[in-house]
Structure formats: C-alpha cells, structure tokens
Design a protein around this ligand. Structure first.
Ligand code: HSE
Length: 308
C-alpha cells in the first residue's frame, strides 16, 4: 500500500438551474491538487502550497474536517499530512470547498486500501461542506467523486446518489470578483413555495434528466430554468440577466447561477461556442468595471482521480 497519494479533484457545477441541492456536474478543469501522506502520528496536519491563506487548522479547514470524520471510523492509530494546492479559487461558486474535501478523502481512502465506498466518502466530505456553508449538501461533492452528471436523491435516512453519464458538453463559466458567501446566499431563499411554481420547477427537473439521458440539447436548454432559487439570489449578482442574454445570443444552450454564485455557467454544444459565450459574459462585467475570470472546458467524465 502506498504511503503517499496525489489526487486531482475537479471543480463542479451544482444546482444546474432547476435542481437546487440535487443536481451536479463535474468539470474537467480547474482542479485542486492534493497530496495526502499517511503517518503514525494521530490527527491531521495541513499545509497550503498556494496563496489563498486558507486556515491550516484541521477543525476550520474543509479537508481537515472531512479527514477527521474519516479517522473516527478507522480503528488504527494513525494520521494524515496533507498538502493542498488550490487550482479553484475559494468562494467562486464552482465547488472549491467540495474539491478540497473530496480530494483529501479520495487520497486517504487509497492509503487505507480503499476500505470505504464512494457513498461513505460523500458522507465524510459533506462534513467539510457543513463547515464551509453551514449546511450539509452533497450536490458539489457527488460530481467531484463520481464524475459526470449526478442526482442527490436523498441524504436521509441513507445517502442515495445517482451518477449518470453526461452527453458531450462544453461549459463556460464567468466568475465576477464579487463576494457571495454560500451561507448568505442560503439566507435569502424562500421558506415556502407556491404549488404552481413547484409544479413548473419539478417539470423542469424531469425534463433536464431526460435531456441529459437522451443528449437532447434543446430539451436541456428548455429545462434549465429555475423559478424558485435564482429569482431570490439574482439581486446578489449584478449583471446576471445581461450575461444570460448575451450568452444565449452567442449560442449557449442555457445556464444560470453556478451553485450559490457569484459565478454564472452556460452549457454549450461546442468548444468554439463556449469560448464565444465566455467572452460574451465577460464583456458584461468588463462594462461594469468588475474584474472577472472565465473558464471554458468540457464536462469531466471522471471525478477526483489519483495521479501519483
Ligand atoms: N446547492 C448549494 C446552494 C450549493 O445553492 O446553496 C452551494 O455551493
């Protein structure tokens, strides 16, 4: 069994429009690079090899919390040294915290002879999400572990995740440099939903799953719309409506807020369109004088993977 394992753990889109806390999609890039080394010393020690100044206290670090949850299920006296190089900017809305907690538990599981199932790894990694956002949600964790398109059907009484292949898609993401904390973006959500809106929403949820399974891009485009969460969060992201308008004009299939924001994602049929859509969305924030990054890449068919 190796003593040290290196993992690439990808960015992910969560919600995917209508599927709040349920749908997720893995991206091929960007990804966090995480090395975990097994030691005889109990506990978790974290080192960051990047410049984001994230906490190295394992109780306040998503990877640390996830590994401590895992160690509670390990009878041997042992611990982990962790080196994290973030390729995903924290707070961007493309699953940065999930990537770190998933990368850590996937690497540690290899060091333990793969004794835990993927569903158990989801459970450990979710402890990290609880620290990051105040809520146990698995919609970024699931695609980071399984790859492709994922449906978190239930967390209770048992974690039930459905992993489906995604059709070939190119994703364009614009990340305006404004701060939207997941905790705050969850506070603005409605606590009750009128039945008529709920019906429209779950019709889209069904349409989106069918669209993914049959590679029906028009159906995917028609089904992405979110009538419940996005209207509540839209005021947190100036430029959202204009970015969507320009993205659709540039040929995007459809999109919306990426996770809890501030990033906006658009799905596209080709790389060329995705590049044009990324540029079109970026132009909105350039006009607003807001700094932004654009990512363009294919859907990730696999989740976190061992590379050394
Ligand atoms: N589903 C979560 C939310 C994702 O929208 O709050 C947060 O990254």
């Amino acid at each position: 069994m190796p003593r040290s394992v290196l993992v690439h753990s990808p960015a992910t889109l969560s919600n995917l429009g209508c599927g709040f806390d349920v749908f997720g999609l893995a991206l091929a890039a960007p990804y966090d690079v995480i090395r975990v080394t097994r030691t005889d010393e109990p506990g978790v020690r974290i080192q960051h090899l990047d410049s984001y100044n994230l906490s190295t206290d394992p109780l306040h670090n998503v990877a640390g919390v996830a590994l401590l949850a895992m160690l509670e299920e390990v009878p041997e006296t042992m611990g982990f040294d962790v080196e994290i190089t973030k390729g995903i900017m924290p707070g961007s809305g493309v699953g940065s915290s999930a990537a770190s907690s998933v990368g850590a538990v996937v690497a540690a599981n290899v060091l333990l002879g793969n004794r835990f199932t993927k569903m158990q790894l989801v459970n450990f990694a979710m402890e990290g999400e609880a620290v990051a956002s105040g809520a146990r949600h698995a919609d970024n964790i699931a695609p980071a572990i399984f790859g492709g398109f994922t449906v978190v059907r239930a967390l209770e009484p048992a974690i039930d995740i459905i992993a489906l292949p995604a059709p070939p898609l190119w994703v364009a993401v614009v990340h305006p440099q404004i701060e939207v904390k997941t905790k705050d973006a969850r506070k603005v959500l409605p606590t009750a939903v009128p039945l008529g809106l709920a019906v429209r929403q779950w019709a889209n949820v069904a349409g989106l799953v069918a669209g993914f399974l049959t590679a029906d891009y028009d159906l995917i485009g028609r089904s992405l719309d979110d009538y419940i969460v996005e209207p509540a969060r839209a005021p947190l992201i100036p430029g959202l409506a204009e970015a969507r308008k320009r993205a659709l004009a540039a040929g995007a299939i459809g999109g919306g807020i990426s996770g809890s924001g501030p990033s906006i994602f658009m799905l596209n049929r080709t790389e060329e369109t995705a590049q044009a859509v990324g540029a079109a969305m970026g132009s909105v924030f350039a006009e607003f004088g807001i700094e932004f990054n654009v990512y363009v890449g294919p859907v990730g068919t696999e989740g976190a993977r061992v590379v050394g």
